[in-house]
Design a binder for this molecule. Structure first.
Ligand SMILES: *Cc1c(COP(=O)(O)O)cnc(C)c1O
Length: 392
């Protein structure tokens, strides 16, 4: 079992005495991640970026293996990018889509994905349809099966939505979609680093994620998994001299592994920091992290639900470490502001980020608290007291 006090002692940001409940926004990195990034920036300033990168070539290469181990795939199926959204867009834009085709999303869809789907659908004459949820708020696999046909080219799933505790039943939905011949793209931005996300178990074609959230990596980092077997069928037209080769004057050839989605230029310091974050996660153990996040977020959920005038906005059957709530009579931004003033870092999730779910539930904005394993039970209890106090 992970000891929160020890994890906090290894986290420079925990020294200030505040209570950090925003790992769904941008988490606090472990010391090793911080020092890796700063150390490499220093080295670049001493010898130049090219030589500094060459010195770390082995670590950079091993990074693919680290993420392959986390994601349950081969190193050739991993690519690094500068954000989850970049990963998602690269994959999405490589999926062939023509007039009359359809993309299916769920009610948990994130605005950053829905917007490019709608924009591209409009320009090619395709359509976007929403798969209804079960009464509990999870994706309805039965409804999905009824909507699948040969025109459905892609099913977009969000493992853990940005605005609440739902954990989507990815495996069953992915199996149905793949049986019907659609690609399955999983947004694991809010799940990787807090719950196990394995390509070999979930059987999806693509997984995208970020460094800065539950992975505790640097900002401006992202990664993706792309199933080797589907790469051939993709449109590879946003490729540079890293993802491809100018083989002859009139011929450009694209790579046949996932690195076709990378560009040559990248922040090497941040990439090394992300790899360090991946190693840190593997050292702790993905299952141990999952158990610890469940414990700490469970304590927060139960505690919040027991305060009169506070409502926890969970849906689904299995829950992630994201706990969203509201306080009767106090607008969410005000609650967040009062909490932050009292040393409890939380954020606000707004309707425009997860429009379908929020509209369906009649929610405009909610306070989002997302404790990681470095938050102790005593800190959760202290945060609950602060919520009681701001409730008035
Ligand atoms: C934060 C988030 C993203 C986008 O991640 P970036 O790193 O900002 O690109 C995508 N999907 C979900 C569900 C998110 O919460």
């Amino acid at each position: 079992m992970i000891d929160p006090e020890r994890a906090a002692a290894d986290t420079p940001g925990c020294r200030g005495g505040g209570i950090f409940l925003d790992s769904a926004g941008s988490s606090l990195p472990p010391r090793d991640v911080l020092e890796t990034v700063i150390g490499h920036l220093r080295r670049e300033a001493e010898v130049g970026g090219y030589r500094a990168a060459r010195e770390r070539a082995d670590d950079l290469e091993e990074g693919y293996g680290v993420f392959a181990e986390i994601l349950g795939c081969a190193p050739e199926e991993i690519a690094f990018t500068d954000s989850a959204t970049r990963s998602w867009l690269s994959v999405f834009n490589a999926v062939p889509l023509a007039a009359g085709d359809r993309v299916l999303i769920t009610e948990a869809e994130y605005a950053g994905n829905a917007i490019p789907i709608l924009r591209r659908a409009e320009s090619v004459g395709a359509g976007m349809d929403v798969v209804p949820s079960t009464p509990e708020g999870d994706v309805s696999v039965e409804a999905l099966e009824g909507m699948l046909d040969e025109r459905v080219k892609l099913v977009s799933l969000v493992h853990a939505p940005t605005n609440g505790g739902l954990l989507t039943s990815v495996r069953a939905a992915a199996a149905a979609a793949r049986r019907a011949g659609a690609y399955v793209l999983l947004d694991a931005c809010q799940s990787l680093g807090q719950v196990p996300v394995r390509a070999d178990e979930l059987d999806v074609d693509f997984i995208t994620g970020t460094g800065r959230k539950w992975m505790r990596g640097p900002r401006g980092t992202g990664f993706l998994y792309a199933r080797r077997a589907v790469l051939d069928g993709l449109v590879k037209d946003s490729v540079d001299l890293h993802g491809g080769t100018w083989a002859e004057r009139g011929l450009a050839v694209a790579r046949d592994d996932a690195r076709v989605f990378e560009l040559w230029e990248a922040s090497i310091a941040d990439r090394l920091g992300l790899v360090a974050a991946g190693r840190y996660l593997l050292d702790l153990g993905v299952d141990e992290v999952h158990a610890a996040v469940r414990a700490v977020s469970g304590r927060l959920r139960t505690g919040l639900a027991s305060i009169a005038g506070v409502r926890v906005h969970d849906i689904g059957v299995a829950h992630s470490g994201i706990v969203s709530f509201s306080v009767d009579g106090v607008p969410a931004p005000k609650v967040a502001e009062l909490l932050v003033e009292r040393g409890v870092t939380v954020t606000v999730s707004r309707r425009a980020s997860t429009r379908i779910d929020m509209e369906r539930r009649g929610l405009a904005e909610v306070v989002r608290a997302s404790p990681h394993y470095f938050v102790s039970p005593a800190q959760v209890d202290a945060a609950l007291e602060v919520v009681e106090a701001v409730r008035g």
